[in-house]
Ligand binder design. Structure first.
Ligand SMILES: NC(=O)C1=CN([C@@H]2O[C@H](COP(=O)(O)OP(=O)(O)OC[C@H]3O[C@@H](n4cnc5c(N)ncnc54)[C@H](OP(=O)(O)O)[C@@H]3O)[C@@H](O)[C@H]2O)C=CC1
Ligand SMILES: O=C1OC[C@@H](O)[C@H](O)[C@H]1O
Length: 96
């Protein structure tokens, strides 16, 4: 979409990630997910981590005030599934 800018990518292996981001003209590579959450220029995050990490990082992202697109399955069990969609942050205007 022309209004979407991929601002940054965060991953554990900076050298490997840089090869990929260069190919896609993404200049900004971070080594921690928290750096993404702390950046006010970033409105939304995409979470393509292994399944077991989806819940933890989706909740952290929502709590950081980001819009979240999380890969499926969004959580690992029924208990986790009830939590992200009921966080107080999602009651804020423009939350989704
Ligand atoms: N493959 C499939 O058939 C399907 C996948 N999905 C979802 O799509 C997304 C991408 O899938 P896929 O590429 O197979 O996922 P992978 O599990 O292969 O890759 C996920 C990435 O997460 C990063 N990562 C961060 N922490 C860890 C960790 N502790 N252990 C392993 N990787 C870690 C790695 O990136 P780095 O090394 O750069 O940090 C890794 O490349 C996932 O969210 C998955 O749940 C959904 C449906 C089907
Ligand atoms: O294989 C896959 O990995 C990524 C997912 O978004 C996709 O739906 C799935 O088929």
């Amino acid at each position: 979409h022309p209004e979407v800018i991929v601002q940054a990518v965060a991953a554990r292996d900076n050298a490997r990630t840089s090869a990929s981001t260069k190919k896609h003209n993404i200049a900004d590579v971070r080594t921690s997910y928290d750096e993404i959450f702390e950046d006010p220029k970033i409105d939304a995050v995409f979470i393509p981590l292994p399944n077991s990490l989806h819940f933890e990082w989706a909740v952290r992202a929502i709590r950081a005030g980001k819009h979240v697109l999380v890969e499926k399955p969004s959580t690992s069990n029924a208990t986790e599934a009830g939590i992200p969609f009921n966080l107080p942050e999602l009651l804020q205007p423009n939350a989704s």
